[in-house]
Design a protein around this ligand. Sequence first.
Ligand code: UDX
Ligand code: ADP
Length: 475
Amino acid sequence: MKFLIEKICCIGAGYVGGPTMAVIAHKCPDIEVNVVDINPLRIQEWNSPDFDNLPVFEPGLSDILKKCRNRNLFFSIDIEKHISEADMIFISVNTPTKTRGIGAGQASDLKWIEASARQIAKYAKGKTIVVEKSTLPVKTAEVIKSILQTLSSSNKYNKQNSKKFYILSNPEFLAEGTAISDLTNPDRVLIGGDDEEAISCLKKLYLNWVNEEKIITSDLWSSELSKLIANAFLAQRVSSINSISALCESTQANINDVSKAIGMDSRIGEYFLRAGPGFGGSCFKKDILNLIYICNNYGLDEVSSYWEKVLTINDWQKNRIIKIISEKLFGTISGKKIAILGFAFKANTNDTRESPAIQICKGLLDEGSFLSIYDPKVHINQIKNDLATFPYIENSSSNHSASWESAESIEDAVQNSDAMLILSDWEEFYNINYKILINKMRGPSWIFDTRNIINLDEAKKSGFNVWALGKGNLI
Ligand code: UDX
Ligand code: ADP
């Protein structure tokens, strides 16, 4: 039996669904791609004529949208229509960590996945390939499969007995900020499943732009597990280098030199060895928590406590940065103004999920400081959400203890501040004009660089006291 793919529906118009479907539509002009979401505001934003204000900021994305939107790429809230017309359905909904019930704090909440599966069971017609795309916990495909099988075998949803579903796992390895290049030139495409025809159908889609040797296949479970483990290994590398950043500070070594030296060993490799304020993003923590949960379930306590340490170091790194800042500013930051440069979890994204900036800012606010927060892309409402319990002050001319303001630029943020704290590695923070900024700040003026991006010599020459992660005391 052959599949013919003319229409694709993607459930979930988020950081994964939006860019992924944009690239598929771009590379497969003969296929109609419909991205649906339950959130009408999100869909409205994707359809906005203002390409600079899409719900997801991703370099290169707006150029693709300009070419494909309303040609063969559509964003819609009509979930029923697009599911019912689709030959292939991607599930790209969110799977956050459960906050209560069994597995709370570790297992992912599958309620959005289940809702999607129920919608598919209800509205799909004929033979449909269902592709699990979300960043998700292991064995989700089994959940989707069993919902679809159970519901489609009941007469209520399958009166003519015409519905048949083929489940595939096709994990997304894109990183935010580089999503478009990751999608157009992936290291590999992984397809897991047990139906050869369905697998080759999805493979054919990717062959429009990906070399065959980069497309690998496996069973469902191995595919899902690979995604989890890829993220766990990447997070582990960040925690490893971050742990060594502390050792470098204590022993006066330079973390950049250490990273470079070890990274040139081809067995270790140069990537993911940049020390920083801790990893953020929607995947790393969630996936490690899932891994811990699964290992505990199988009685693999040593394995789970090994991976727990990756999270422990990540939290510790953020907390020690808060302490260092307080210590350097004469042991108290109450009432002091600190300019926060970067709130996103890394450069080139407007995403703040699990951003180290959240925990660090909260820690500084708890100590009573006044924060002036500047990020080139994060919307102020997002910061309000993330720092919910701390008061936001508008148009302030003086410091307010344990509260924060939003700044329009670096210059605006540092005005009358005691310190600037660099948390995300945005390009514009690499080229700070130290001479101009120091004149706007209170003395002694500090720079705390958690990303190792500033020009130390110039900063010091301009009169700044500098603390740079992994480089010890550099005053
Ligand atoms: C990650 C995976 O890279 C991607 O394959 C998966 O699909 C989703 O999760 P993402 O969360 O977008 O992607 O960002 P990534 O670039 O991996 O960075 C994650 C965090 O680690 C960021 O906070 C980043 O600043 C930090 N990081 C990364 C470092 O601190 N040092 C590094 O060397 C690399
Ligand atoms: P990710 O980073 O995995 O893409 P996001 O939170 O950015 O996660 O996006 C997930 C999207 O899925 C959200 O826009 C949310 O509204 C949408 N969504 C969740 N459940 C459903 C559903 N049952 N039907 C349609 N859309 C859904």
